[in-house]
Design a binder for this molecule. Structure first.
Ligand SMILES: [Zn+2]
Length: 253
């Protein structure tokens, strides 16, 4: 089963190969890295706003229904008031009606506020989407430039970028952001645990953590010493891993 650990491992494998190829391309690879980091942050912000927006919309729909129900309830109670036989019953109903009116009032106010929020959010979403699209276009442009410069290795670079795109699409946005954040300073942002050590900094990893990483491959663990993402020691990270993963992505889509 493809886990986040598999995706990160494949991404790291592809990036390593791209880095080797990229050495001759001057500042472009650096630009690409920065752009990816920006893009990952923009994507995360956009998705967070989408989530908030969805929650607000859900609230608005529920609140509108509740307001209708409260109104009906109030009307029914008012009708009942005509049928009561004594003051005590009448007062009890009055009290209940008053409470429902209050509830209706409070909810109406909240709904108005959420309406303002909804409007603002939809504007923010538009801006964030535009920003994301802009960054994406810039990233594509940088990659095209790299591919142009790649000469003989053009096809390989193009293929690697394509594979990378597929993997990134299946990576959780937060993990993608983390990977790129680390990669800004450490080009090998994700490294495997080998013989009990982080292969990025060669510090020892506790046996407990090694087991945790192995058993929770959907989560990402960082090396306590160097901050790189730790890849499970039971993965075999090579071309086959990437190909199997891409095959699985393909068969799922
Ligand atoms: Zn380390």
């Amino acid at each position: 089963m493809a886990t986040q650990n598999h995706f990160i491992a494949s991404l790291a494998y592809i990036d390593q190969r791209l880095d080797e190829l990229n050495e001759e391309f001057g500042e472009l690879p650096e630009l690409e890295k920065d752009k990816q980091h920006e893009l990952a942050i923009a994507k995360l912000q956009y998705e967070e706003s989408q989530q908030i927006f969805a929650d607000v919309q859900k609230f608005v729909i529920t609140a509108r229904n509740t307001l209708v129900e409260l109104k009906e309830k109030e009307e029914n109670l008012s009708k009942q008031q005509f049928l009561v036989r004594n003051n005590k019953e009448f007062d009890a109903l009055s009290k209940e009606i008053e409470m429902i009116k209050q509830e209706h009032n409070d909810l109406s106010n909240r709904l108005r506020n959420e309406g303002v929020k909804e409007e603002n959010l939809s504007r923010i979403l538009e801006d964030q989407k535009a920003n994301y699209d802009k960054l994406r276009a810039e990233l594509v442009k940088i990659r095209q430039n790299i591919e142009e410069l790649a000469g003989e290795q053009k096809e390989e670079v193009r293929l690697l970028n394509k594979q990378k795109e597929l993997i990134v699409n299946n990576l959780k946005t937060y993990n993608y952001k983390e990977y790129n954040r680390i990669r800004k300073n450490l080009s090998d942002a994700a490294t495997q645990i080998v013989r009990g050590r982080c292969s990025g900094c060669f510090n020892t990893i506790t046996p407990q953590k090694i087991v945790e990483v192995r058993n929770n491959k959907e989560l990402l663990y960082l090396c306590d010493h160097c901050g790189r993402i730790l890849l499970s020691d039971d993965l075999v990270i090579d071309q086959n891993l990437v190909e199997d993963l891409l095959e699985e992505i393909n068969s799922n889509s």
